[in-house]
Design a protein around this ligand. Structure first.
Ligand SMILES: NC(=O)c1ccc[n+]([C@@H]2O[C@H](COP(=O)([O-])OP(=O)(O)OC[C@H]3O[C@@H](n4cnc5c(N)ncnc54)[C@H](OP(=O)(O)O)[C@@H]3O)[C@@H](O)[C@H]2O)c1
Length: 244
């Protein structure tokens, strides 16, 4: 009789893993035994992520990546292919978290700078779309793709002027999520737009009610609990449906 031990460890690719929500996600994923390819712009300055890798040397691999760079999709796919091949030819990514994001603070109507809008769209929307496209052949059938969105990207929720560059970037990301859900759904891949809550990070500020650890726990619970019916949906960290 042939006996096989099923490899239940998940392989996760996470962008923007050096601080904030990304670091909390990496911490939690590694604590539960997953293997993580963690990207950040400047590994040499990523002390907290470095310490995490030291604590999980076999499970954490760090790759330098500016998600908005023109060659980012090709470079990340190459790095992911090499990372997977070190395990086995059949290894695939079980979860891709497009977490890296940027928010331009202090924008005023009358002074919106087109470059800020373009940067937001590039980092918050174009990057998740193109990185996911490039990684698609390396995703397992039935994998999850979590695009970290924001309630500020919900067009139906706009009641005041504020952070237009960010809001436009996240609204565009939401459309990218809907498009990716259609492109990948046939393989059983579930693509989600996830609002992590208002989180105490450099972006969320010190008044934010949610600790990064709590937001990360919620986001991962929603991802783990998702099924085919959730493909292309927009949810918050508690799993509640968000308006688009
Ligand atoms: N905090 C909140 O309340 C809140 C609410 C809703 C949604 N979100 C979303 O949650 C995600 C994480 O946010 P956060 O609160 O953890 O923000 P954060 O503390 O400002 O961290 C942002 C992360 O994104 C990375 N990043 C930015 N631009 C990048 C680029 N071009 N290439 C690669 N990495 C880049 C940063 O890397 P560097 O260190 O190199 O800059 C950093 O790792 C974002 O998508 C954000 O929009 C946050």
């Amino acid at each position: 009789m042939h006996t096989s031990t099923k490899d239940t460890r998940k392989r996760v690719l996470l962008t923007g893993a050096n601080r904030g929500l990304g670091l909390a996600l990496a911490t939690r994923l590694l604590a539960r035994g997953d293997r993580v390819l963690a990207t950040c712009r400047a590994p040499a300055a990523a002390d907290a992520l470095d310490a995490l890798r030291d604590a999980h040397p076999d499970h954490c691999h760090i790759v330098a990546l500016d998600v908005a760079a023109a060659d980012a999709p090709v470079r990340l796919a190459d790095a992911a292919r090499a990372w997977l091949a070190a395990d086995s030819d059949a290894a695939r990514i079980d979860l891709l978290v497009n977490n890296a994001g940027v928010l331009k603070a202090g924008e005023r109507f009358g002074g919106i700078d087109g470059e800020d809008v373009a940067t937001s769209v590039r980092v918050n929307a174009v990057a998740p779309l193109l990185l996911t496209q490039a990684l698609a052949p390396l995703l397992a059938d039935g994998a999850r793709v979590a695009n970290i969105s924001s309630q500020l990207g919900a067009i139906g929720g706009v009641t005041r002027f504020g952070t237009p560059s960010y809001a436009i970037g996240k609204a565009a990301q939401n459309m990218a999520t809907a498009q990716l859900a259609q492109a990948l759904g046939g393989r059983g891949i579930i693509v989600l737009a996830l609002h992590p809550g208002w989180v105490r990070t450099d972006m969320g500020g010190t008044d934010a009610p949610l600790a990064p650890e709590a937001a990360a726990a919620g986001v991962l619970e929603v991802i783990d609990g998702s099924d085919d019916a959730d493909n292309g949906s927009f949810r918050d960290w508690k799993g509640d449906a968000m308006q688009w």
